[in-house]
Design a protein around this ligand. Structure first.
Ligand SMILES: [Mn+2]
Length: 409
């Protein structure tokens, strides 16, 4: 019985820098590792769930690295765009790439059937895995797509309902069948755990896709978007964020994963979470202005035995009671004495210190009015009796959602 073996990865962010330092060296190592992994595990298909590049105009070295990888990878490749990618730019070379069994969907197609592909089993071409590629989309793009499909919404329904009805229509019109069904997606799905500055503001709910829209259509959702590797769902359907293959920020855990799915002709699947090597550790050391030397040197001692390909990069977070002259220089000197690489020093005022005890009220985000509510009260203050039309309100919500889409991860 033949098998389809899928490697699922995402969020490469090629071209991303950390405090002006290039990460391409680490990404070259990761891509070489991936090539090896594909060959050693007889992977048949590679899925890349968006944010291939860190910016819509990637630097040429990042772009070159991407094509060198695609040229020598020994399996079929399926890619969707993420919110960091320029989708149209990403899929522009498609006429050439198709010949190499590489498919890229960077924008919504007017024919929903064109989002899906049949991955045939090597020894039984009657049987297949159904793969649907849904690239990152902004809410307005989805509504325009829905309009092209002839979808007409009742005036009374909410913005969120319009989004859900559009997605429902999309999933209803994608091909069915196959022994197993996979959706690639670069959005938030249901609940998730995010780290550091990855958190997004949840507004009108369109940042996150409702799981109930997917559950009758798919067995596995190949997610991208969140950098921390995690199972978003363990059943109905299974959904996984592999996360970025290298930590993009000091707030991210250095331990990274990818998923391998081994699918049999009878539709049974074995999903294996594979831990990636740490190519370079990003370390954050928390100290205060009295113990910093001892703590930093202790970390150097402990980490000297650990092996990773490239030397660790550090961020030191110092808690201080009051501003102290020359402290940052002392920390920098300590790092250069030990030939270690310090990228950033963060100073934080200790709680109860002179500066921080000046009472600052904490904001309770839950009690803040929604943007729509604020807009309505602004409108009535400015125009008094005049009534805010439904159309203007919808336009405002569209605008807000576009801004939120752009802000996420
Ligand atoms: Mn993203």
């Amino acid at each position: 019985m033949s098998k389809i073996k899928i490697l699922h990865t995402s969020d490469w962010h090629l071209g991303k820098k950390l405090y002006k330092q290039s990460r391409l060296e680490e990404m070259v190592s990761y891509l070489n590792f991936t090539k090896k992994m594909v060959e050693e595990n007889a992977i048949t298909h590679l899925l890349i769930s968006g944010d291939v590049f860190d910016s819509p105009n990637p630097e040429t070295t990042a772009y070159k690295l991407f094509f060198e990888f695609l040229h020598c990878i020994k399996c079929d490749v399926y890619i969707i765009s993420g919110n960091h990618d320029n989708g149209k730019f990403l899929e522009a070379p498609l006429p050439f790439l198709k010949d190499y069994q590489i498919q890229i969907i960077g924008s919504l197609r007017s024919d929903p059937m064109k989002h899906s592909f049949k991955l045939r089993f090597p020894e039984n071409s009657e049987k297949f895995v159904n793969l649907t590629l849904l690239p990152f989309f902004r809410s307005t793009e989805l509504l325009i797509w829905a309009g092209e499909q002839g979808l007409v919404f009742d005036k009374t329904i909410s913005f969120e309902e319009k989004i859900n009805l559009s997605l429902e229509s999309f999933f209803d019109h994608t091909p069915k069948g196959g022994e197993y069904s996979i959706l690639m997606l670069h959005h938030l799905l249901g609940s998730f755990y995010s780290e550091g500055t990855e958190q997004t503001v949840q507004g009108s709910g369109i940042n996150s896709i409702d799981v109930k829209l997917l559950k009758d259509h798919f067995d596995y959702v190949a997610l991208g978007h969140i950098h921390k590797s995690q199972n978003a769902r363990t059943s109905g359907p299974v959904a996984f964020y592999p996360g970025s293959p290298i930590p993009m920020r000091f707030s991210e855990d250095s331990k990274k994963f990818v998923n391998i799915l081994e699918i049999s002709e009878n539709g049974t699947v074995d999903i294996q979470k594979v831990v990636l090597p740490i190519f370079r550790e990003l370390k954050r050391i928390k100290v205060n202005d009295t113990n910093f030397q001892e703590k930093i040197e202790k970390d150097f001692e402990q980490s000297s035995s650990r092996v990773s390909l490239f030397e660790a990069w550090y961020e030191v977070s110092v808690e201080i009671a009051r501003p102290k002259l020359g402290l940052i220089d002392q920390i920098r000197d300590l790092f250069s004495k030990h030939q270690k690489r310090l990228l950033n020093v963060k100073l934080e005022l200790a709680a109860g210190s002179d500066e921080s005890s000046k009472t600052r009220e904490l904001l309770n985000f839950d009690s803040l009015p929604t943007p729509t509510k604020l807009f309505k009260s602004y409108f009535s203050e400015k125009f008094g009796e005049a009534e805010l039309s439904e159309k203007l309100c919808t336009q405002f919500e569209t605008l807000i959602s576009e801004i939120q889409d752009g802000e996420s991860l």
